[in-house]
Design a protein around this ligand. Structure first.
Ligand SMILES: *[C@@H]1O[C@H](CO)[C@@H](O)[C@H](O)[C@H]1NC(C)=O
Ligand SMILES: *[C@@H]1O[C@H](CO)[C@@H](O)[C@H](O)[C@H]1NC(C)=O
Ligand SMILES: *[C@@H]1O[C@H](CO)[C@@H](O)[C@H](O)[C@H]1NC(C)=O
Ligand SMILES: *[C@@H]1O[C@H](CO)[C@@H](O)[C@H](O)[C@H]1NC(C)=O
Ligand SMILES: *[C@@H]1O[C@H](CO)[C@@H](O)[C@H](O)[C@H]1NC(C)=O
Length: 491
């Protein structure tokens, strides 16, 4: 008995030693995480034991909502999915699901996981609270310090500060803000800071491939990049310094040179006056452009005006046409196929299509409807975004080192075939009553108004607040005028 126990203990010790050694010997300082689309039935079904609960989440209604990463928080680890957001700066978990109106939102919210600090032996609850305001919704959080593991990797960060929601409004998941962190937007180290600080990455840069609508999965690599996820050569776009940016906040603002459309006829048309600062926001479903420009693009998709929800309804036939919207930056044009910019939404009246672009006089941003056609390295260390055309030809991952000139890194892939149209149709639009989503049509939501179903799709996390609270960090660039301005802009 005692001998067996001894052997067992030895095995445990050996296993632990081996593990520690493998971490220490690891030569690559990068961490790869899958980016899970909220529509990915396999992933969300596998992760949770309660198959029935998942089966009733009408994911088909969430055609292109948001992109998630899985974290393991605390000791023992508690798995939680959080929305990846380049537009904000902080991590928080535990939305209040009971405040949501749509039953599908409630179920999704309940399925993404919950963190209980009192069940974690490594948690430290702080007394500080803060209200984070987003373009849509808000979260009042209390800060906690605990270990955070990146699911599926051996990276376990110690003593990471993040928020645990006390209450939320219109939020159906926690958010992982991967914008600039300590000393720029907040007073403590955010996840990007901690990854570099604790040696998991050797640079404050990460690469993001959201994945196409039909792929249902993308990849984020902290401290690394995957040359088999783009064609052409990465082109360096300097991040506009906060003081020169449209809102005075340190964000991923870069200059767009022009915007054009290449319809199936092949004749490219350039929209006038489209050289402007744009902000890359993975936390926004839609791309927001100045009204005159959004209207001009919508007109080319046959939409004369926005509907009462502020969306341009378009014919679903555009999903099958081989046209592109072409976003030009220094040295590179990112071509966004029609099928990626057209959103298909299941409503009570069947599938309806909308342009993934909305008019905005306040803020110009490239959201998921544009970003999933780009491969982008967000490089805080060099204050630059390095971008190329997204194309998926396998995986070839590399660490980003200080010596590396990212701006000339070649991709392994061929450019996508933009003439092909929609050969692989979005499986979501084909769901005709098979698979886990089969009960969608009998879902309680089918009696909800179109607005209820549409509402949550427009994720906007751009206005994560930097102002107003005692514990906020005030950067010298930020004036009170900006703060007030932003308050009134909240939608
Ligand atoms: C969640 O929201 C409901 C409805 O507004 C409220 O009654 C409840 O107190 C909230 N729960 C928490 C933990 O804040
Ligand atoms: C923020 O500034 C403090 C004081 O200068 C410094 O010790 C710390 O390393 C800085 N943090 C980051 C993430 O640069
Ligand atoms: C483009 O900008 C120029 C100069 O600012 C202006 O004269 C012109 O009307 C603008 N065109 C459009 C279509 O907005
Ligand atoms: C519709 O469902 C049937 C089985 O019920 C299947 O054979 C068929 O391929 C489906 N059609 C599409 C377009 O998915
Ligand atoms: C659909 O839902 C009903 C009622 O909840 C249930 O009885 C039925 O088995 C479900 N069908 C499928 C295919 O899951």
């Amino acid at each position: 008995m005692s001998f067996r126990l001894l052997v067992f203990l030895c095995l445990v010790i050996v296993a632990r030693c081996g593990n520690t050694l493998s971490i220490e010997r690891r030569s690559n300082h990068f961490v790869k995480l899958p980016v899970v689309h909220s529509t990915n039935r396999q992933v969300f079904a596998k992760v949770y034991q309660d198959k029935r609960a998942i089966a009733t989440v009408p994911l088909a209604k969430r055609a292109d909502v948001a992109y998630y990463a899985k974290l393991n928080i605390g000791t023992p680890p508690q798995p939680v999915f959080v929305q990846l957001d380049t537009g904000s700066f902080e991590l928080w978990v535990n939305p209040n699901c009971t405040t949501l109106r749509g039953s599908s939102d409630v179920r999704f919210c309940e399925a993404i996981g919950h963190y209980d600090p009192s069940s974690s032996s490594s948690s430290i609850e702080l007394t500080t609270t803060k209200t984070l305001r987003y373009g849509i919704g808000s979260a009042t959080v209390q800060y906690v310090v605990d270990s955070v593991g990146l699911a599926g990797t051996d990276t376990l960060l110690q003593e990471v500060q993040f928020g645990v929601a006390l209450d939320t409004v219109d939020e159906f998941s926690g958010i992982l803000g991967i914008g600039h962190g300590e000393n720029l937007t907040i007073r403590y180290k955010n996840l990007i800071d901690q990854l570099a600080d604790q040696g998991a990455t050797s640079t404050k840069a990460f690469s993001l491939a959201l994945g196409s609508k039909s792929e249902q999965e993308g990849v984020i690599i902290f401290g690394g990049l995957d040359t088999s996820k783009f064609s052409g050569t990465l082109q360096t776009q300097p991040i506009i310094p906060a003081r020169d940016s449209p809102d005075g906040v340190p964000r991923y603002w870069i200059n767009m040179q022009s915007l054009s459309i290449t319809p199936p006829s092949g004749e490219t048309k350039r929209y006038p006056n489209t050289s402007m600062a744009v902000f890359l926001d993975s936390g926004a479903t839609l791309t927001l452009l100045p009204t005159r420009l959004a209207n001009a693009i919508a007109a080319d998709f046959g939409a004369e005006a926005t509907d009462s929800n502020g969306f341009y309804p378009v014919d679903c036939k555009f999903n099958d046409q081989p046209g592109t919207l072409d976003f030009a930056f220094v040295g590179v044009i990112i071509r966004v196929p029609y099928r990626e910019v057209v959103r298909e939404i299941q409503t009570t009246f069947g599938i309806q299509c909308y342009l993934g672009i909305s008019p905005s006089e306040d803020f110009v941003l490239l959201g998921d409807t544009m970003l999933r056609s780009a491969y982008a390295v967000f490089d805080q260390t060099n204050n630059a975004i390095h971008i190329a055309q997204y194309s998926n030809c396998g995986s070839n991952e590399k660490e980003i080192t200080a010596k590396m000139t990212l701006g000339s890194t070649k991709g392994d892939c061929e450019a996508p075939d933009f003439e092909a149209g929609n050969a692989n149709s979005d499986p979501l639009s084909l769901d005709n009553g098979t698979g886990v989503g089969s009960n969608d049509s009998t879902d309680a939501d089918s009696s909800a108004s179109t607005f209820d179903i549409l509402g949550p799709y427009q994720r906007l996390t751009i206005w994560a607040t930097l102002f107003g609270d005692q514990d906020d960090y005030s950067s010298p660039y930020m004036s009170t005028a900006h703060a007030n301005d932003r308050q009134t802009r909240a939608i």
